[in-house]
Design a binder for this molecule. Structure first.
Ligand code: SF4
Length: 189
């Protein structure tokens, strides 16, 4: 594994996010068109959204300091759509509880996502929701530990095509809303 880079917040602010390649933009546009007009199941469309988002992030992530096993961002609120929860269930066998509330973890800071593995890595990595795919840190994991520090992160709001993919995901969700991932997948207590 490559060593984790550390930058100060000031250094990270000077970074220039690379321009997304034409090929990747076209794939994202095709995915949006497929979601809106294609003849396929909603879960196949979720996969197309994720694949297009991954290609965008792959061109930006060389700037990030995120590495497997670093999981501070898995300890904050993780809002996902119901259709993403169903996508996780379909592909991993983890049972989604559409009416689940786990008061033991929900709403309390610094409680890990219930899908975080004992090894510190995401146990459903290939099927993780959009918010997890599109979140990067550009300075240092040290700052991620401190929720009170404003530091240099990246998420889907920073890229027009990622934003579009997020919007069609919401469209696909049929107004079912968002919940914290810990409610869809509560700990067995
Ligand atoms: S789904 Fe995976 S990446 Fe996302 S918060 Fe949970 S453990 Fe972390």
């Amino acid at each position: 594994m490559q060593p984790i880079k550390f930058r100060t917040i000031e250094e990270a602010k000077t970074l220039e996010v690379p321009k997304t390649s034409r090929k990747v933009i076209e794939k994202a546009q095709s995915a949006v068109d497929f979601v809106l007009n294609g003849n396929a199941s909603r879960l196949i469309k979720v996969k197309a959204i994720f694949e297009a988002a991954d290609d965008i992030i792959a061109e930006i992530s060389p700037l990030s300091v995120c590495k497997k096993g670093c999981n501070y961002c898995c300890h904050i609120d993780v809002l996902i759509t119901e259709i993403e929860a169903k996508y996780i269930e379909k592909n991993t066998g983890k049972v989604v509880r559409l009416n689940g509330v786990n008061n033991k973890v929900h709403g309390k800071p610094r409680t890990p996502c219930t899908l975080l593995g004992a090894d510190g890595a995401c146990s459903i990595y290939s099927y993780r929701p959009l918010v997890c795919r599109a979140f990067l840190t550009f300075d240092s994991p040290t700052y991620c530990q401190e929720s009170s520090i404003e530091h240099v992160t990246y998420d889907s709001r920073g890229h027009p095509n990622l934003k579009n993919l997020g919007e069609v995901l919401i469209h696909l969700n049929n107004a079912s809303g968002f919940k914290d991932i810990r409610e869809y997948f509560p700990l067995d207590v």
